[in-house]
Write a new protein. Structure first.
Length: 144
């Protein structure tokens, strides 16, 4: 099932069994954490929070391509949407949420509540980078 992700299936199953999630690829994390709940809510009526484990965060920094920067600056002048910049934002958000799921798995959580996303631009020396930080509270749940 996971053999396509750079390691053989046995190695991946061993990493999962040993809860070594930090060594797994993003694709594997997406697959094994697909039922892990991420929500901006602080309470879910269909679940009882049985344990608050810890505050978890995921940080991702993405470089903005020089050509994207150039075309985005043209969009600033003429107006309109920059689909290239929107794609970077979308990819950054998805990657950061996957990393938050990884942190939740490491913490042994069933869900992350109160998820917050913060975006910042880091720039200097003519270079522009996008930083996304996702944070929330890792919790254990029981269905009501």
């Amino acid at each position: 099932m996971f053999g396509l992700f750079g390691k053989n299936e046995k190695e991946i199953e061993e990493l999962i069994a040993n809860k070594q999630y930090d060594e797994l690829s993003t694709s594997v994390i997406d697959e094994i954490a697909k039922n892990l709940i991420l929500t901006t809510e602080f309470a879910m009526p269909e679940y009882k929070i049985t344990q608050r484990l810890e505050i978890i965060t995921a940080e991702c920094v993405f470089g903005m391509n020089m050509f994207r920067d150039m075309f985005a600056s043209i969009r600033d002048i003429v107006g309109g949407r920059s689909s290239a910049s929107q794609k970077v934002l979308r990819d950054a958000r998805k990657t950061c949420l996957t990393e938050l799921r990884r942190e939740a798995l490491i913490a042994g959580a069933d869900a992350v509540i109160g998820v917050d996303l913060d975006y910042s631009e880091v720039s200097g020396d003519g270079k522009s980078m996008l930083m996304v930080v996702a944070s929330g509270t890792a919790v254990k749940l029981q269905a009501i």
